[in-house]
Ligand binder design. Structure first.
Ligand SMILES: C[S@@+](CC[C@H](N)C(=O)[O-])C[C@H]1O[C@@H](n2cnc3c(N)ncnc32)[C@H](O)[C@@H]1O
Length: 330
């Protein structure tokens, strides 16, 4: 490939949107279900046949689909990745008409983020991400589901491999719809707990706790982790929150935990770039920056934050796949 070809590939925006349009029109599922000819696909997808053919031309040219006979389309290994229940969250994110696109479009403001270190969301959408999240129910529910889907990376290990024997009450700070707390309480019947999150999250969190059969042992506490946190818990958890914030804001959140932790502990839970996706970590980092004004951090960065927030101990444990737990005490 010449340098010019490489550049053309780097700057091509048609491809990421063509894949999203294919997902939005359910083309992989339709083809997988046997609807493979152009006219039939157009009918099933509700698409203009000529425009769909032009989309399919591009999707075959990039290897997302194949065209074994003229006008008949087939999946490739690439498009097959998107099928199946375990890729439902990925499909929802790629749905061009869904809230994932709103989040992706923050990239259009990347230069602003690089100039200022701040989220670009407001420059693109006119309102900061967390304000929009509070006001736009579809965006909030989508984000909450994405977080809950990813809790498999944290919940089972934190629930069973961290020591909960000296804990009685747990507060999951910024705990979303409670996926992590549900795992922890499920595996440790002696515990009770609560999720603290922004007030708009209450309905879906309360429903999730109830559906998990935990309404007697778990509650939702509306609030902000930038305000003083409730006392009376012996383990505070901050899971996958700090990455959403700048160092200054992450320090404010950690300091709120240090104010109330007393003789208990704070567990900072994060999933760092594992070997598998280390090569993409620069991409996650730019997403954190442009969408939220946040950043990816290393184990050392988290322990340094803990010390700056006033914790005197910060003991780390790592698991394969990138899970990191930093246990902090005063
Ligand atoms: C990336 S999610 C992490 C959710 C969950 N802890 C997990 O591990 O999947 C960030 C969470 O922070 C919450 N959040 C954002 N701003 C907040 C604030 N000021 N106070 C409390 N929670 C906040 C969001 O509602 C969301 O649930």
């Amino acid at each position: 490939m010449t340098a010019q070809d490489e550049l053309a590939k780097m700057i091509d925006l048609a491809t990421p949107f063509a894949v999203r349009a294919a997902v939005t029109l359910h083309l992989p599922e339709l083809i997988d279900g046997g609807t493979a000819r152009l006219d039939a696909l157009a009918g099933a997808a509700g698409a203009d046949p000529d425009s769909l053919r032009r989309l399919l031309n591009h999707l075959t040219s990039i290897g997302f689909l194949a065209e074994p006979q003229p006008g008949t389309y087939a999946l490739t290994d690439v498009s097959r990745v998107l099928l199946g229940d375990d890729h439902g969250a990925a499909r929802r994110w790629l749905d061009i008409e869904g809230p994932g696109t709103k989040m992706d479009l923050a990239y259009a403001g990347m230069a602003h983020s690089v100039r200022t270190g701040e989220s670009a969301y407001a420059t693109v959408h006119g309102v900061p991400f967390w304000d929009d999240y509070g006001a736009d129910e579809e965006l909030r529910l989508f984000f909450g589901r994405v977080m809950a889907v990813h809790a498999w990376q944290t919940g089972p290990v934190v629930a069973t491999e961290c020591d909960w024997s000296s804990t009685r009450r747990v507060l999951d700070v910024g705990g979303g719809t409670g996926a992590l707390l549900i795992e922890v309480l499920g595996a440790n019947p002696h515990l009770t707990g609560a999720v603290l999150d922004l007030p708009p999250v209450e309905p879906e969190a309360t429903t999730a706790l109830k559906e998990a059969g935990l309404e007697d042992r778990a509650a939702f506490v509306p609030g902000s982790f930038f305000d003083p946190l409730p006392t009376g818990y012996d383990t505070y958890v901050i899971s996958r929150v700090l990455t959403d914030w700048s160092d200054e804001d992450a320090l404010r959140i950690m300091t709120r935990a240090a104010e109330v932790v007393g003789t208990g502990r704070l567990l900072v839970v994060e999933v760092l770039a594992g070997r598998e996706h280390a090569k993409n970590n620069s991409s996650f980092d730019l997403q954190s920056l442009t969408l939220l004004g946040g950043r990816e951090r290393t184990e050392e960065d988290f322990t340094a934050l803990a010390r700056r927030a006033g914790f005197s101990t910060a003991t780390t444990r790592r698991w394969d796949g990138g899970l990191l737990v930093v246990e902090c005490g005063l």
